[in-house]
Design a protein. Structure first.
Length: 169
């Protein structure tokens, strides 16, 4: 009887792992930090002078060893060796920042409600969508709440040329 119970536990564990595995074509790749990259939570997107402008709360996003180091500096008494999910966010900015979006900006999403049924939302790494679609999705209220994800904004010549949703487990 113990043998069957063990097989059942292993089968359930495998099915659960497959059920929650990302469906994208590749594995997650950590963010490459560059001088023109800003990261933050989007507060809203509006129009100013016939251009879309993102209002966002700047954050510092850390992964890997940097996340462990920053976690130790800020949460040293937490009784943990590092951040539980491999990333650490420092949000010590008081004010929102604003930047215009370039007309030819690229938007890359990882997960969102594509069908209207939140249960069908799956990870598709770096799926390109239009800026208009992105704005529409930000204003939809569902279980994913896209404003709850950090976004990496690549800025060139004072405007955002690339927006990348950061997947958080």
């Amino acid at each position: 009887m113990k043998k069957y119970a063990m097989v059942a536990v292993v089968a359930i564990a495998c099915l659960t792992a497959f059920n929650f595995a990302p469906t994208g074509v590749r594995e997650y790749v950590p963010v490459t930090v560059t001088p023109d990259l800003q990261t933050g939570y989007i507060d809203h997107i509006g129009k100013k002078e016939q251009r879309y402008v993102i209002s966002f709360d700047p954050i510092h996003w850390y992964e890997g060893e940097q996340a462990v180091q920053k976690f130790a500096e800020h949460e040293g008494d937490a009784g943990m060796d590092g951040p539980p999910d491999g990333y650490y966010i420092i949000n010590d900015e008081e004010e929102l920042s604003e930047l215009p979006i370039a007309e030819d900006a690229i938007v890359l999403m990882q997960i969102y409600n594509r069908t209207g049924n939140i249960e069908e939302a799956e990870i598709q790494w770096d799926e390109q969508i239009t800026v208009d679609k992105f704005i529409e999705l930000l204003n939809i209220e569902d279980d994913l709440q896209l404003k709850g994800f950090p976004y990496h904004l690549t800025v060139k010549d004072g405007e955002i040329v690339r927006i990348v949703q950061q997947y958080v487990p």
